[in-house]
Design a binder for this molecule. Structure first.
Ligand SMILES: [Zn+2]
Ligand SMILES: [Zn+2]
Length: 178
């Protein structure tokens, strides 16, 4: 018999089970929100209610067009697991809570090597006040993301964009050579 799983492992196992309900042909994702040691919400990636799923249509356009990770999310019909989990909880329930996230690659049936919320889900998670997002890597290691780091990252990127913009709009000057 394998040893009794720790709490993080226990909730990650549940997230993996939740993701099997997913309806995208590319990746299945499941999210579980835990507050004060209680599951307050779950969500999996699927089309909005009443809208045909990727799996019903037999096609996910992101998959078919080979869109790289992080781009063109609108081409997939899914509402993401993290968003669904947040929608189905109250703010009280998400504030300071932990989200467990697990995914399966549909093609291989293997766990997603390093599950990570997309940019839009990160923003939703930030606004829900979730304190920690826990995932399991391919080697079994359990790691967590701190949404505060995502806030810092977004601010840093904004600063870089502003600096680049300032360089573009600065009047052209002749190089002064000595
Ligand atoms: Zn899809
Ligand atoms: Zn997402």
């Amino acid at each position: 018999m394998s040893p009794r799983p720790g709490k993080d492992q226990y909730y990650l196992n549940i997230a993996r089970e939740v993701c099997r309900r997913g309806t995208c042909l590319r990746r299945l994702y499941g999210a579980v929100i835990v507050k004060d040691d209680q599951i307050v919400s779950t969500g999996y990636a699927g089309a909005p209610r009443g809208v045909a799923n990727c799996v019903d249509l037999g096609v996910c356009l992101r998959q078919e067009l080979g869109i790289p990770p992080g781009q063109r999310y609108e081409l997939c019909r899914s509402v993401h697991a993290e968003m669904n989990a947040v929608i189905h909880a109250s703010r009280q329930q998400t504030l300071g809570a932990t989200m467990y996230l697990a995914g399966i690659e549909v093609n291989s049936g293997l766990p997603v090597a390093r599950p990570e919320p997309c940019l839009l889900c990160r923003r939703v998670i930030i606004n829900a006040g979730i304190a920690r997002v826990v995932v399991q890597l391919a080697d079994g290691q359990i790691v967590s993301y701190d949404p505060q780091d995502w806030i810092a990252q977004e601010n840093q990127e904004a600063q870089q964009q502003l600096a680049a913009r300032a360089r573009r709009t600065a009047p052209a000057r002749e190089e002064v050579s000595s």
